[in-house]
Design a protein around this ligand. Structure first.
Ligand SMILES: Nc1ncnc2c1ncn2[C@@H]1O[C@H](COP(=O)(O)OP(=O)(O)O)[C@@H](O)[C@H]1O
Ligand SMILES: [Mg+2]
Length: 248
């Protein structure tokens, strides 16, 4: 369970990239974070990932305040988090296979036979062909994204944070990602993804949070959104609601 309470972040001590945002994501739920470029989505995800320090407010993961806890406990929390950043940064001198194995080791999977079979399974599932032949620097941006997504799956994360995960992915990659997220949700994971693809949000999200200039414009379920924004015929989809909220 993720709870975010009055969270704010200012990079320059004048303007706020994230401004007093509050929301919660239950276990077994997917929240889609929507908003224009510069709305504060990546900042929000980096705050929740504990990589970025908040200016004020709280992030509670399973009830523990990540900015107020001891280093030991924070380490434990971090092991449960899988974060796919907007810009993928892999260790370019490793092959995809070696990279996944290394990430597994970082997460503390010590049984080599187990880890080997997990890596093989992910390589297969995510269609990372030539995983053993090429170093990650030689993959296309789409394949790099797949490797990054596969790498967080290795530890069966309880909290997944994905920043525009479908960018650069081909349709098969998108389908694999959606299947994986649905599977993890059914196992009780908490998932938050920022996306510009409203169709993905519509297909996956239990709750939607729309932000602009770091502030909440809408937060609720898709049904709630429909009730709020349906036109006189009771019609509309996420795209039309989004356009009405944000213009265009
Ligand atoms: N590292 C940073 N230093 C200073 N300003 C930043 C930094 N990262 C983001 N910002 C600013 O914070 C605001 C929100 O950016 P961001 O979180 O990247 O939005 P989004 O992911 O929705 O496009 C923007 O005005 C952006 O310029
Ligand atoms: Mg971003």
């Amino acid at each position: 369970m993720l709870q975010v309470i009055s969270l704010s972040k200012s990079y320059d001590h004048k303007t706020y990239a994230v401004n007093e945002l509050s929301f919660a994501v239950e276990n077994g739920h997917i929240l889609a974070l929507l908003g224009h470029n510069g709305a504060g989505k990546s900042t929000m995800l980096r705050l929740v990932s504990t990589m970025l320090q908040a200016s004020s407010g709280q992030v509670l993961i399973d009830g523990i305040d990540v900015f107020g806890t001891e280093a030991d406990q924070l380490r434990e929390i971090k092991r449960k988090i899988g974060f796919v950043p907007e810009t993928v940064n892999l260790l370019e001198y490793l092959t995809a296979w070696e990279y996944l194995f290394y990430i597994g080791q970082m997460y503390g999977i010590e049984d080599e036979t187990l880890l080997t079979s997990k890596v093989n399974e992910l390589v297969e599932r995510f269609g990372i062909t030539e995983a053993r032949e090429k170093t990650t620097s030689d993959y296309s941006s789409g394949l790099k994204k797949r490797i990054s997504i596969a790498s967080i799956m290795i530890n069966q994360p309880r909290l997944l944070l994905l920043d525009e995960p479908t960018a650069h992915l081909d349709p098969i990659g998108v389908k694999t990602l959606k299947d994986c997220l649905r599977e993890l949700r059914s196992e009780g994971a908490t998932i938050m993804l920022a996306t510009h693809q409203l169709d993905i949000a519509e297909q996956l999200a239990d709750e939607i949070l729309i932000i602009n200039e770091g502030q909440q414009l809408f937060y609720g379920t898709q049904d709630h959104l429909r009730e709020h924004f349906q036109d006189s015929d009771g019609q509309g989809n996420l795209e039309s609601f989004y356009s009405r909220l944000l213009g265009g």
